[in-house]
Design a protein around this ligand. Sequence first.
Ligand code: FAD
Ligand code: N01
Length: 523
Amino acid sequence: MSQTMQTGPAQNFDAIVVGAGFAGVYSVYKFRELGLSVKALEAGDGVGGTWFHNRYPGARCDIESLDYSYSFSNELQQEWHWTERYASQPEILAYINHVVDRFDLRRDIQLNTRVIKAEFNDQTQRWHIETDAGEAYEAKYVVMATGVLSVAQVPSMAGLETFKGQWFHTGDWPKDGIDVRGKRVGVIGTGSSATQMVPILAEQAQHLYVFQRTPNYTMPAQNHPMKPDIERDWKAHYPERRKFARASGFGHNQVTNHKSGKEVSDAERRTELENRWDLGGLYMMRAFKDILTDPQVNEEAAEFVRNKIRAIVKDPETAEALCPKDLYIGTKRLCSGTYYYETYNRNNVSLVNVKQSAIKQITETGLELENGDAYELDVIIFATGFDAMTGALNRINPKGRGGVPLRQAWAHGPQTYLGLTVHGFPNMFIIAGPGSPSVFSNMVTSIEQHVEWVADCAAYMQQNGLATIEASEAAQTAWTQHVNEMANKTLYAYSKNTWFYGANTPGKPVVWACRKFSWLTAC
Ligand code: FAD
Ligand code: N01
């Protein structure tokens, strides 16, 4: 061990799970099913992870709720009723809490507990874990279910501490909500969180200013109350639906059109794009098999969406400012919203271009741009995203064999084997982390698959009396190369200024961090 720790005597478990979102909760279930002792340590004061922390108005999933849910228990999926096509944050949070209670998992989850240290002991071959409450744990296995979008990122802006109004980040939203009625509100950022929130804030605020640096493409979610016949059909065919999702490249039931966008006539292409727009949300990215690999096919879809924006937004200058240029559609995470573009037709909403002139500083009364323009604000909302993929792991900075810290092992970017394990970090498993399908998939599907892999692995080790398992360096290098090669076959390789590459977090190496792109072969 590299340091002496001022903690009480260590409590022993077979497995320590860090985090109690979808991944942590299922991990507790699976380890308990194996008959192993397990404890989850969660920093928040409730379970749910993403859906506990992101309570901003309009937060909801962009994968159909019937798909974005656990499949491990048929009773659970039959008895739970989703009220909308895309579930809202409160409903998903209620669902996770229901799962925790239904399977009596709460007694193995400790809230208000942040893991601050995790060190592998070369002598005992066990992990030593410490928390901010001064507790210590020892465990054979450690599962990092810490989330890839769980560290809210407020950009460093001069003067923030002088602001006399209120400010918030979407990923750390107060439980009691925020009352913006009659207030002048500024939203910084136009990613998925902003897109969902802006139309709702606009209905309440006296005036809403949206500070946009880079426009992204927003599809209409086409959300609606759950249709009974659709729910009945899903419930009657859940086994097939789940099987399809697992075998698909994206972990859900959205069907890909297997035609190339180049093979079809102009009329057929137009009809397909219109159908995808009407289906809503992420369906657009399944319009053609080569939409994310062929620049021309991608541009046809991008221009289709730009024309939709131009048709919706009445002021031509605002419409043009909202149209993404020089960005392949889908290479920044596609947004899914309701009345997002329509909102810019309201008199109380202004789009401010902070690409032309950046935010210079926050002032006591609002914010000021480089060009001297000043905006008086009562509330500032940072919809500025996350220290994604590696942020939560880097903060723990686990130490593996020989006391090597993860940050050192990942100094040139994250390297994993299968997105699950790291060479030099025996018995440490990451759920839906770098090098896995992660955020490019329906994450609940990926999480279940990962947790089941970990549980199968632990069962094998227990049955065979094995103390440790660890990825070889060669396997890890080959996997990381494979992930990069697959990414480089896509248009993502031309849009590196995104959190997929870590480009949104100062000081991070700009490297591909996400998935194995199984869909390239699955399409
Ligand atoms: P999380 O839900 O992020 O949970 C991680 C938990 O670990 C958190 O509760 C955190 O507090 C805890 N933690 C972290 N570090 C520590 C520590 N050191 N000690 C103790 N606890 C710690 N994905 C989709 O597939 N479809 C969607 O529609 C979708 N919508 C999203 C909407 C929003 C607003 C966001 C932010 C993400 C969305 N995602 C979506 C991605 C989402 O993160 C995953 O779907 C999923 O909820 C991740 O679950 P998880 O358990 O892996 O991580
Ligand atoms: O964050 P983002 P998010 N000055 O990183 C801007 C999931 N999610 O919270 O692009 C001015 O996407 C930044 O501008 P730019 C989903 O996976 C899903 O919205 O860097 N602007 C960008 O516009 C998603 O991708 C849902 O130029 C600044 C924005 O802030 C992920 O979470 C809903 C700035 C950040 O966008 C993150 O989404 C919500 C600065 N200094 C979230 N710094 C669903 O619908 C940053 N920006 C399922």
